[in-house]
Design a protein around this ligand. Structure first.
Ligand SMILES: [Zn+2]
Length: 509
Protein backbone atom coordinates (compact mmCIF):
# COMPACT_ATOMS: atom_id res chain seq x y z
CA UNK A 1 0.00 0.00 0.00
CA UNK A 2 1.21 3.45 -0.75
CA UNK A 3 0.71 6.36 1.58
CA UNK A 4 -1.29 8.28 -1.07
CA UNK A 5 0.63 11.45 -0.27
CA UNK A 6 0.40 12.77 -3.81
CA UNK A 7 -3.25 11.82 -4.10
CA UNK A 8 -4.15 13.74 -0.94
CA UNK A 9 -1.80 16.63 -1.52
CA UNK A 10 -2.90 17.24 -5.10
CA UNK A 11 -6.60 16.64 -4.65
CA UNK A 12 -8.62 19.21 -6.58
CA UNK A 13 -9.85 22.06 -4.38
CA UNK A 14 -12.25 23.62 -6.85
CA UNK A 15 -14.61 22.23 -9.50
CA UNK A 16 -12.36 23.73 -12.16
CA UNK A 17 -9.47 21.64 -10.87
CA UNK A 18 -11.36 18.34 -11.18
CA UNK A 19 -9.73 16.55 -14.10
CA UNK A 20 -11.67 15.05 -16.98
CA UNK A 21 -15.27 15.38 -15.68
CA UNK A 22 -16.20 18.68 -17.32
CA UNK A 23 -19.88 17.90 -18.05
CA UNK A 24 -20.43 17.12 -14.36
CA UNK A 25 -18.43 19.99 -12.90
CA UNK A 26 -20.06 22.43 -15.31
CA UNK A 27 -23.55 21.31 -14.29
CA UNK A 28 -22.70 21.51 -10.59
CA UNK A 29 -21.14 24.93 -10.98
CA UNK A 30 -24.26 26.14 -12.74
CA UNK A 31 -26.46 24.72 -9.95
CA UNK A 32 -24.33 26.49 -7.33
CA UNK A 33 -24.41 29.78 -9.22
CA UNK A 34 -28.16 29.71 -9.64
CA UNK A 35 -28.95 28.37 -6.19
CA UNK A 36 -30.46 25.17 -7.55
CA UNK A 37 -28.45 22.62 -5.64
CA UNK A 38 -30.32 19.32 -5.35
CA UNK A 39 -30.89 17.51 -2.05
CA UNK A 40 -29.50 14.19 -3.11
CA UNK A 41 -26.75 13.46 -5.59
CA UNK A 42 -25.53 10.11 -6.74
CA UNK A 43 -21.98 10.06 -8.05
CA UNK A 44 -21.33 6.81 -9.93
CA UNK A 45 -18.18 5.69 -11.69
CA UNK A 46 -14.92 3.76 -11.43
CA UNK A 47 -12.57 4.31 -8.52
CA UNK A 48 -10.19 7.21 -8.65
CA UNK A 49 -12.25 9.33 -11.01
CA UNK A 50 -12.98 12.16 -8.59
CA UNK A 51 -16.32 11.28 -6.98
CA UNK A 52 -15.52 12.01 -3.34
CA UNK A 53 -13.22 14.90 -4.24
CA UNK A 54 -16.11 16.50 -6.13
CA UNK A 55 -18.41 15.75 -3.18
CA UNK A 56 -16.10 17.61 -0.82
CA UNK A 57 -15.81 20.58 -3.15
CA UNK A 58 -19.58 20.71 -3.36
CA UNK A 59 -19.82 20.57 0.45
CA UNK A 60 -17.38 23.47 0.73
CA UNK A 61 -19.14 25.47 -1.97
CA UNK A 62 -22.62 25.30 -0.44
CA UNK A 63 -21.33 26.45 2.94
CA UNK A 64 -18.61 28.86 1.87
CA UNK A 65 -19.10 32.09 3.82
CA UNK A 66 -17.10 34.23 1.40
CA UNK A 67 -18.45 33.26 -1.99
CA UNK A 68 -21.79 31.66 -1.23
CA UNK A 69 -22.22 31.03 -4.96
CA UNK A 70 -20.20 29.05 -7.44
CA UNK A 71 -16.74 27.79 -6.48
CA UNK A 72 -15.61 27.64 -2.84
CA UNK A 73 -13.10 30.30 -1.73
CA UNK A 74 -10.93 27.73 0.08
CA UNK A 75 -9.80 30.33 2.62
CA UNK A 76 -12.81 31.01 4.87
CA UNK A 77 -13.17 29.09 8.11
CA UNK A 78 -15.93 26.85 6.66
CA UNK A 79 -13.88 25.92 3.60
CA UNK A 80 -10.79 25.20 5.70
CA UNK A 81 -12.69 23.17 8.28
CA UNK A 82 -14.30 21.09 5.51
CA UNK A 83 -10.98 20.55 3.74
CA UNK A 84 -9.40 19.39 7.01
CA UNK A 85 -12.31 17.09 7.82
CA UNK A 86 -13.26 18.91 11.01
CA UNK A 87 -16.44 20.66 9.86
CA UNK A 88 -19.22 19.49 12.16
CA UNK A 89 -21.84 19.84 9.46
CA UNK A 90 -20.04 17.88 6.77
CA UNK A 91 -20.30 14.23 7.67
CA UNK A 92 -18.37 11.62 5.67
CA UNK A 93 -19.47 8.02 6.03
CA UNK A 94 -17.67 5.03 4.60
CA UNK A 95 -20.48 2.56 3.99
CA UNK A 96 -17.95 -0.22 3.43
CA UNK A 97 -16.91 -0.21 7.10
CA UNK A 98 -18.95 -1.73 9.89
CA UNK A 99 -19.14 1.63 11.51
CA UNK A 100 -20.85 2.86 8.35
CA UNK A 101 -23.95 0.81 9.13
CA UNK A 102 -24.23 2.26 12.64
CA UNK A 103 -23.68 5.72 11.30
CA UNK A 104 -26.66 5.39 8.95
CA UNK A 105 -28.88 4.50 11.92
CA UNK A 106 -27.47 7.41 13.84
CA UNK A 107 -27.98 9.60 10.81
CA UNK A 108 -31.72 8.94 10.83
CA UNK A 109 -31.96 10.41 14.30
CA UNK A 110 -29.59 13.30 13.81
CA UNK A 111 -30.69 14.42 10.39
CA UNK A 112 -33.54 16.42 11.87
CA UNK A 113 -31.28 18.64 13.95
CA UNK A 114 -30.43 21.86 12.14
CA UNK A 115 -26.80 22.42 11.17
CA UNK A 116 -24.49 23.67 13.91
CA UNK A 117 -22.89 26.59 12.15
CA UNK A 118 -23.10 25.98 8.42
CA UNK A 119 -25.94 26.77 6.05
CA UNK A 120 -26.32 23.15 5.02
CA UNK A 121 -25.67 19.81 6.58
CA UNK A 122 -23.86 17.67 3.99
CA UNK A 123 -23.64 13.89 4.19
CA UNK A 124 -21.09 12.26 1.91
CA UNK A 125 -21.65 8.50 1.88
CA UNK A 126 -18.91 6.61 0.06
CA UNK A 127 -19.36 3.07 -1.36
CA UNK A 128 -23.07 3.44 -0.66
CA UNK A 129 -23.86 0.15 -2.45
CA UNK A 130 -22.21 -1.65 0.47
CA UNK A 131 -25.00 -0.78 2.88
CA UNK A 132 -27.02 -3.71 4.19
CA UNK A 133 -30.67 -3.88 3.24
CA UNK A 134 -31.93 -2.47 6.58
CA UNK A 135 -29.40 0.34 6.34
CA UNK A 136 -30.44 1.06 2.73
CA UNK A 137 -34.06 1.21 3.82
CA UNK A 138 -33.14 3.56 6.64
CA UNK A 139 -31.34 5.74 4.10
CA UNK A 140 -34.37 5.70 1.82
CA UNK A 141 -36.66 6.84 4.66
CA UNK A 142 -34.23 9.64 5.41
CA UNK A 143 -34.15 10.73 1.78
CA UNK A 144 -37.94 10.73 1.66
CA UNK A 145 -38.26 12.95 4.71
CA UNK A 146 -35.21 15.05 4.05
CA UNK A 147 -35.23 18.47 5.76
CA UNK A 148 -34.44 21.35 3.37
CA UNK A 149 -31.04 22.11 4.92
CA UNK A 150 -29.67 18.60 4.26
CA UNK A 151 -27.71 17.56 1.17
CA UNK A 152 -26.80 13.96 0.48
CA UNK A 153 -23.92 13.03 -1.77
CA UNK A 154 -23.86 9.30 -2.38
CA UNK A 155 -20.82 7.82 -4.15
CA UNK A 156 -20.60 4.34 -5.62
CA UNK A 157 -18.65 2.23 -8.04
CA UNK A 158 -21.60 -0.14 -8.42
CA UNK A 159 -24.92 1.68 -8.78
CA UNK A 160 -26.65 -1.49 -10.02
CA UNK A 161 -26.36 -2.90 -6.49
CA UNK A 162 -28.42 -0.09 -5.03
CA UNK A 163 -32.13 0.04 -4.26
CA UNK A 164 -33.97 1.49 -7.27
CA UNK A 165 -36.05 3.53 -4.83
CA UNK A 166 -32.87 5.17 -3.55
CA UNK A 167 -31.58 5.75 -7.09
CA UNK A 168 -34.81 7.41 -8.15
CA UNK A 169 -34.51 10.00 -5.37
CA UNK A 170 -31.07 11.19 -6.48
CA UNK A 171 -29.74 13.39 -9.24
CA UNK A 172 -27.29 11.06 -10.87
CA UNK A 173 -23.90 11.85 -12.36
CA UNK A 174 -21.79 9.24 -14.08
CA UNK A 175 -18.08 9.89 -13.68
CA UNK A 176 -16.08 8.65 -16.63
CA UNK A 177 -12.73 6.98 -16.68
CA UNK A 178 -10.18 9.67 -17.33
CA UNK A 179 -8.46 9.87 -20.67
CA UNK A 180 -4.75 9.08 -20.70
CA UNK A 181 -4.07 12.59 -21.87
CA UNK A 182 -5.92 14.09 -18.90
CA UNK A 183 -4.09 11.83 -16.45
CA UNK A 184 -0.68 12.45 -18.05
CA UNK A 185 -1.22 16.19 -17.91
CA UNK A 186 -2.13 16.08 -14.20
CA UNK A 187 0.93 13.90 -13.54
CA UNK A 188 3.06 16.38 -15.45
CA UNK A 189 1.69 19.15 -13.23
CA UNK A 190 2.47 17.20 -10.04
CA UNK A 191 6.01 16.43 -11.29
CA UNK A 192 6.62 20.06 -12.02
CA UNK A 193 5.44 21.14 -8.56
CA UNK A 194 7.30 18.34 -6.77
CA UNK A 195 10.52 18.79 -8.72
CA UNK A 196 10.34 15.32 -10.29
CA UNK A 197 12.09 14.83 -13.61
CA UNK A 198 10.03 12.36 -15.59
CA UNK A 199 10.24 11.35 -19.24
CA UNK A 200 6.98 12.17 -20.99
CA UNK A 201 6.85 8.61 -22.34
CA UNK A 202 7.10 7.36 -18.76
CA UNK A 203 4.14 9.50 -17.73
CA UNK A 204 2.17 8.22 -20.72
CA UNK A 205 2.91 4.67 -19.67
CA UNK A 206 1.76 5.34 -16.10
CA UNK A 207 -1.40 6.97 -17.44
CA UNK A 208 -2.14 4.06 -19.69
CA UNK A 209 -1.65 1.52 -16.92
CA UNK A 210 -4.00 3.38 -14.58
CA UNK A 211 -7.03 2.48 -16.75
CA UNK A 212 -8.64 5.85 -16.27
CA UNK A 213 -8.12 6.15 -12.50
CA UNK A 214 -6.24 9.30 -11.55
CA UNK A 215 -5.76 8.04 -8.02
CA UNK A 216 -4.05 4.86 -9.27
CA UNK A 217 -1.81 6.94 -11.51
CA UNK A 218 -0.88 9.31 -8.69
CA UNK A 219 -0.16 6.43 -6.33
CA UNK A 220 2.01 4.74 -8.94
CA UNK A 221 3.97 7.93 -9.50
CA UNK A 222 4.51 8.16 -5.75
CA UNK A 223 5.70 4.55 -5.63
CA UNK A 224 8.14 5.23 -8.46
CA UNK A 225 9.53 8.24 -6.62
CA UNK A 226 9.91 6.13 -3.47
CA UNK A 227 11.86 3.47 -5.42
CA UNK A 228 13.81 5.50 -7.92
CA UNK A 229 13.85 8.97 -6.39
CA UNK A 230 13.21 12.10 -8.39
CA UNK A 231 14.18 10.92 -11.84
CA UNK A 232 11.70 8.63 -13.58
CA UNK A 233 12.36 7.01 -16.94
CA UNK A 234 10.38 4.65 -19.11
CA UNK A 235 12.27 1.49 -18.26
CA UNK A 236 11.66 1.99 -14.54
CA UNK A 237 7.94 2.26 -15.19
CA UNK A 238 8.07 -0.87 -17.32
CA UNK A 239 9.91 -2.73 -14.58
CA UNK A 240 7.39 -1.75 -12.00
CA UNK A 241 4.35 -2.49 -14.10
CA UNK A 242 5.38 -5.87 -15.41
CA UNK A 243 3.81 -7.25 -18.50
CA UNK A 244 0.06 -7.03 -18.02
CA UNK A 245 0.01 -3.44 -19.06
CA UNK A 246 2.91 -3.73 -21.43
CA UNK A 247 2.49 -1.60 -24.52
CA UNK A 248 3.68 -4.53 -26.61
CA UNK A 249 0.31 -6.22 -26.23
CA UNK A 250 -1.40 -3.47 -28.18
CA UNK A 251 1.63 -3.25 -30.45
CA UNK A 252 1.23 -6.91 -31.43
CA UNK A 253 -2.52 -6.47 -31.89
CA UNK A 254 -1.72 -3.59 -34.20
CA UNK A 255 0.63 -5.76 -36.27
CA UNK A 256 -2.06 -8.42 -36.46
CA UNK A 257 -4.55 -5.82 -37.64
CA UNK A 258 -2.10 -4.60 -40.26
CA UNK A 259 -1.24 -8.17 -41.22
CA UNK A 260 2.42 -7.40 -40.69
CA UNK A 261 4.04 -10.72 -39.86
CA UNK A 262 7.62 -9.45 -39.77
CA UNK A 263 6.89 -6.72 -37.21
CA UNK A 264 4.64 -9.04 -35.24
CA UNK A 265 7.43 -11.59 -34.92
CA UNK A 266 9.80 -8.85 -33.86
CA UNK A 267 7.44 -7.80 -31.09
CA UNK A 268 7.02 -11.39 -29.87
CA UNK A 269 10.77 -11.86 -29.81
CA UNK A 270 11.41 -8.64 -27.95
CA UNK A 271 8.93 -9.79 -25.29
CA UNK A 272 10.62 -13.19 -25.11
CA UNK A 273 14.16 -11.82 -25.03
CA UNK A 274 13.21 -9.49 -22.18
CA UNK A 275 12.40 -12.62 -20.21
CA UNK A 276 8.76 -11.67 -19.70
CA UNK A 277 6.08 -14.21 -18.87
CA UNK A 278 4.79 -15.29 -22.27
CA UNK A 279 1.66 -16.94 -20.87
CA UNK A 280 0.69 -13.71 -19.18
CA UNK A 281 1.48 -11.77 -22.33
CA UNK A 282 -0.71 -14.13 -24.32
CA UNK A 283 -3.61 -13.72 -21.90
CA UNK A 284 -3.34 -9.95 -22.14
CA UNK A 285 -3.22 -10.22 -25.92
CA UNK A 286 -6.34 -12.39 -26.01
CA UNK A 287 -8.11 -9.86 -23.79
CA UNK A 288 -7.10 -7.10 -26.18
CA UNK A 289 -8.29 -9.09 -29.20
CA UNK A 290 -11.55 -9.68 -27.36
CA UNK A 291 -11.90 -5.92 -27.14
CA UNK A 292 -11.42 -5.75 -30.91
CA UNK A 293 -14.05 -8.45 -31.40
CA UNK A 294 -16.55 -6.59 -29.22
CA UNK A 295 -15.97 -3.29 -30.98
CA UNK A 296 -16.19 -4.91 -34.41
CA UNK A 297 -19.45 -6.64 -33.53
CA UNK A 298 -20.98 -3.48 -32.06
CA UNK A 299 -20.74 -4.53 -28.42
CA UNK A 300 -18.34 -1.88 -27.22
CA UNK A 301 -20.53 -0.92 -24.22
CA UNK A 302 -19.31 -4.12 -22.60
CA UNK A 303 -15.77 -2.73 -22.63
CA UNK A 304 -14.57 -0.77 -19.64
CA UNK A 305 -11.59 1.04 -21.14
CA UNK A 306 -10.28 4.55 -21.58
CA UNK A 307 -11.40 6.70 -24.54
CA UNK A 308 -7.90 6.44 -26.06
CA UNK A 309 -7.90 2.66 -25.95
CA UNK A 310 -11.37 2.57 -27.47
CA UNK A 311 -10.36 4.98 -30.24
CA UNK A 312 -7.25 2.90 -30.95
CA UNK A 313 -9.25 -0.32 -31.14
CA UNK A 314 -11.86 1.28 -33.39
CA UNK A 315 -9.14 2.32 -35.79
CA UNK A 316 -7.53 -1.11 -35.71
CA UNK A 317 -10.68 -3.05 -36.54
CA UNK A 318 -11.62 -0.87 -39.49
CA UNK A 319 -9.86 -2.95 -42.10
CA UNK A 320 -10.58 -6.28 -40.43
CA UNK A 321 -13.30 -8.82 -40.87
CA UNK A 322 -15.01 -10.20 -37.81
CA UNK A 323 -13.87 -13.67 -38.90
CA UNK A 324 -10.24 -12.59 -38.99
CA UNK A 325 -10.37 -11.36 -35.39
CA UNK A 326 -12.15 -14.53 -34.36
CA UNK A 327 -9.51 -16.70 -36.05
CA UNK A 328 -6.72 -14.83 -34.27
CA UNK A 329 -8.42 -15.20 -30.87
CA UNK A 330 -8.94 -18.93 -31.44
CA UNK A 331 -5.34 -19.49 -32.48
CA UNK A 332 -3.83 -17.58 -29.56
CA UNK A 333 -6.32 -19.09 -27.11
CA UNK A 334 -5.27 -22.59 -28.18
CA UNK A 335 -1.70 -22.03 -27.07
CA UNK A 336 -0.66 -24.26 -24.22
CA UNK A 337 2.40 -22.93 -22.46
CA UNK A 338 2.74 -25.82 -20.04
CA UNK A 339 5.41 -27.66 -22.00
CA UNK A 340 7.64 -24.81 -23.09
CA UNK A 341 6.76 -21.63 -21.29
CA UNK A 342 9.89 -19.79 -22.37
CA UNK A 343 9.71 -20.49 -26.08
CA UNK A 344 8.12 -17.81 -28.25
CA UNK A 345 7.43 -20.43 -30.94
CA UNK A 346 3.75 -21.05 -30.11
CA UNK A 347 3.08 -17.31 -30.26
CA UNK A 348 4.99 -17.04 -33.54
CA UNK A 349 3.03 -19.86 -35.09
CA UNK A 350 -0.30 -18.49 -33.93
CA UNK A 351 0.66 -15.13 -35.40
CA UNK A 352 1.76 -16.51 -38.74
CA UNK A 353 -1.20 -18.81 -39.01
CA UNK A 354 -3.69 -16.10 -38.15
CA UNK A 355 -2.26 -13.89 -40.84
CA UNK A 356 -2.20 -16.45 -43.61
CA UNK A 357 -5.86 -17.27 -43.84
CA UNK A 358 -6.23 -16.70 -47.57
CA UNK A 359 -3.90 -19.53 -48.27
CA UNK A 360 -6.19 -21.98 -46.60
CA UNK A 361 -8.59 -21.24 -49.38
CA UNK A 362 -6.07 -21.86 -52.12
CA UNK A 363 -7.14 -24.58 -54.44
CA UNK A 364 -4.99 -27.50 -53.49
CA UNK A 365 -5.31 -30.78 -55.20
CA UNK A 366 -3.92 -33.59 -53.20
CA UNK A 367 -3.89 -37.21 -54.16
CA UNK A 368 -3.51 -39.73 -51.43
CA UNK A 369 0.14 -40.16 -50.68
CA UNK A 370 1.22 -37.20 -52.76
CA UNK A 371 3.62 -34.76 -51.20
CA UNK A 372 2.64 -31.14 -50.93
CA UNK A 373 5.31 -30.36 -53.46
CA UNK A 374 3.52 -32.61 -55.89
CA UNK A 375 0.20 -31.14 -54.85
CA UNK A 376 1.45 -27.71 -55.74
CA UNK A 377 2.20 -28.82 -59.24
CA UNK A 378 -1.19 -30.41 -59.51
CA UNK A 379 -2.82 -27.26 -58.25
CA UNK A 380 -1.01 -25.24 -60.88
CA UNK A 381 -2.31 -27.60 -63.52
CA UNK A 382 1.12 -28.96 -64.39
CA UNK A 383 2.29 -32.52 -64.16
CA UNK A 384 4.19 -33.34 -61.01
CA UNK A 385 7.74 -34.51 -61.50
CA UNK A 386 7.80 -38.24 -62.02
CA UNK A 387 8.62 -40.05 -58.84
CA UNK A 388 9.65 -43.48 -58.78
CA UNK A 389 7.66 -45.25 -56.08
CA UNK A 390 10.78 -45.77 -53.99
CA UNK A 391 12.54 -42.51 -54.77
CA UNK A 392 14.69 -41.17 -51.94
CA UNK A 393 12.38 -38.19 -51.62
CA UNK A 394 9.28 -40.30 -51.30
CA UNK A 395 10.99 -42.49 -48.75
CA UNK A 396 12.18 -39.49 -46.78
CA UNK A 397 8.70 -37.96 -46.90
CA UNK A 398 7.21 -41.05 -45.32
CA UNK A 399 9.91 -40.99 -42.64
CA UNK A 400 9.83 -37.23 -42.06
CA UNK A 401 7.49 -37.15 -39.11
CA UNK A 402 9.50 -39.80 -37.24
CA UNK A 403 12.73 -38.03 -38.14
CA UNK A 404 11.40 -34.78 -36.72
CA UNK A 405 10.36 -36.58 -33.54
CA UNK A 406 13.94 -37.72 -33.11
CA UNK A 407 15.04 -34.08 -32.75
CA UNK A 408 13.04 -33.66 -29.56
CA UNK A 409 15.09 -32.09 -26.77
CA UNK A 410 17.45 -30.39 -29.21
CA UNK A 411 17.86 -26.69 -29.88
CA UNK A 412 18.14 -23.97 -27.31
CA UNK A 413 14.57 -24.42 -26.10
CA UNK A 414 14.66 -28.19 -26.46
CA UNK A 415 11.86 -27.97 -28.98
CA UNK A 416 13.57 -28.19 -32.34
CA UNK A 417 11.10 -30.95 -33.22
CA UNK A 418 8.06 -28.78 -32.59
CA UNK A 419 9.67 -25.97 -34.50
CA UNK A 420 10.36 -28.07 -37.61
CA UNK A 421 7.00 -29.78 -37.48
CA UNK A 422 5.17 -26.48 -37.72
CA UNK A 423 7.59 -24.31 -39.61
CA UNK A 424 8.52 -26.33 -42.69
CA UNK A 425 8.21 -29.45 -44.79
CA UNK A 426 10.56 -31.38 -47.06
CA UNK A 427 10.25 -30.17 -50.64
CA UNK A 428 12.82 -32.09 -52.67
CA UNK A 429 16.13 -33.86 -52.58
CA UNK A 430 18.84 -32.40 -54.77
CA UNK A 431 21.95 -34.57 -54.74
CA UNK A 432 23.03 -34.86 -51.14
CA UNK A 433 20.90 -31.91 -50.09
CA UNK A 434 17.43 -31.93 -48.62
CA UNK A 435 15.41 -28.87 -49.62
CA UNK A 436 13.17 -27.67 -46.80
CA UNK A 437 10.32 -25.30 -47.58
CA UNK A 438 9.59 -22.75 -44.84
CA UNK A 439 6.36 -20.86 -44.46
CA UNK A 440 7.97 -17.74 -43.13
CA UNK A 441 11.36 -16.01 -43.64
CA UNK A 442 11.82 -15.64 -39.91
CA UNK A 443 11.73 -19.41 -39.34
CA UNK A 444 13.87 -20.06 -42.39
CA UNK A 445 16.50 -17.70 -40.97
CA UNK A 446 16.52 -19.63 -37.74
CA UNK A 447 17.29 -22.99 -39.35
CA UNK A 448 19.84 -21.36 -41.64
CA UNK A 449 21.72 -20.40 -38.50
CA UNK A 450 24.59 -22.97 -38.49
CA UNK A 451 23.90 -23.72 -34.84
CA UNK A 452 20.54 -25.24 -35.73
CA UNK A 453 21.30 -26.37 -39.28
CA UNK A 454 24.14 -28.61 -38.04
CA UNK A 455 21.83 -30.31 -35.58
CA UNK A 456 19.44 -31.19 -38.38
CA UNK A 457 22.20 -32.18 -40.79
CA UNK A 458 23.96 -34.42 -38.29
CA UNK A 459 20.70 -36.18 -37.54
CA UNK A 460 19.94 -36.56 -41.25
CA UNK A 461 23.34 -38.14 -41.89
CA UNK A 462 22.90 -40.40 -38.90
CA UNK A 463 19.49 -41.58 -40.01
CA UNK A 464 19.54 -41.54 -43.80
CA UNK A 465 23.23 -41.29 -44.76
CA UNK A 466 22.13 -39.17 -47.69
CA UNK A 467 20.90 -36.44 -47.90
CA UNK A 468 23.12 -34.95 -45.25
CA UNK A 469 22.89 -31.28 -46.12
CA UNK A 470 20.01 -28.89 -45.70
CA UNK A 471 18.99 -26.09 -48.00
CA UNK A 472 16.18 -23.79 -46.91
CA UNK A 473 13.77 -22.11 -49.25
CA UNK A 474 10.63 -20.09 -48.76
CA UNK A 475 7.44 -21.84 -49.59
CA UNK A 476 4.76 -19.42 -48.54
CA UNK A 477 1.94 -20.50 -50.74
CA UNK A 478 1.37 -24.09 -49.86
CA UNK A 479 1.53 -23.68 -46.12
CA UNK A 480 -1.83 -24.76 -44.89
CA UNK A 481 -2.37 -27.94 -46.83
CA UNK A 482 -5.81 -29.44 -46.77
CA UNK A 483 -4.40 -32.25 -44.67
CA UNK A 484 -4.02 -29.81 -41.79
CA UNK A 485 -7.73 -29.44 -41.47
CA UNK A 486 -8.72 -31.61 -38.52
CA UNK A 487 -11.63 -33.19 -40.39
CA UNK A 488 -9.49 -34.02 -43.39
CA UNK A 489 -6.82 -35.34 -41.05
CA UNK A 490 -9.33 -37.65 -39.42
CA UNK A 491 -10.55 -38.91 -42.76
CA UNK A 492 -6.98 -39.56 -43.91
CA UNK A 493 -6.24 -41.47 -40.74
CA UNK A 494 -9.21 -43.66 -41.49
CA UNK A 495 -7.70 -44.46 -44.87
CA UNK A 496 -9.53 -41.85 -46.93
CA UNK A 497 -8.14 -40.19 -50.02
CA UNK A 498 -8.20 -36.55 -50.92
CA UNK A 499 -9.26 -36.30 -54.53
CA UNK A 500 -9.96 -32.63 -54.91
CA UNK A 501 -10.09 -29.78 -52.47
CA UNK A 502 -11.30 -26.91 -54.54
CA UNK A 503 -11.81 -23.52 -52.94
CA UNK A 504 -14.04 -24.05 -49.96
CA UNK A 505 -15.06 -20.39 -50.04
CA UNK A 506 -14.28 -19.76 -46.43
CA UNK A 507 -16.96 -21.98 -45.01
CA UNK A 508 -16.63 -22.74 -41.33
CA UNK A 509 -14.16 -19.94 -40.89
ZN1 LIG B 1 -14.98 29.66 1.63
Amino acid sequence: MTSQVFYRKWRPQTLAEVVGQEPITQTLLHALETGRVAHAYLFCGPRGTGKTSTGRILAKAVNCTTNGKGEPCNSCEMCQATAQGRALDVIEIDAASNRGIDEIRELREKVNFAPNVAKSKVYIIDEVHMLTEPASNALLKTLEECPPYVIFILATTEPHKMLPTVLSRCQRFDFRRLSQTAIASKLGYICEKEGIEAESQALKLISRSASGSLRDAENLLEQLVTYYSYHIDTSQVEDMLGITTDYRVSELAEHIAHKDIARGLKTINSVASDGLDLGQFNRALIEYLRGMLLVKSGGEEALDITPEDLAQIKELVQGLLLEEILTAIKLFAQIDFRSSSSSPLPLELALVESLLPQEREEAILVKSGASHFEAEHLAQGSEPPHLEPDSPFEYLSTQWSEFVDSLRGMGSGGNLDAFLRSACEPVAIEGDTLVLGFYHPFHKDRIENPKYRHLVENKLAERFGTPSKVHCILKLRAKPPAAEDHLVKAVLEMGGRIIDTTKNSGEAR
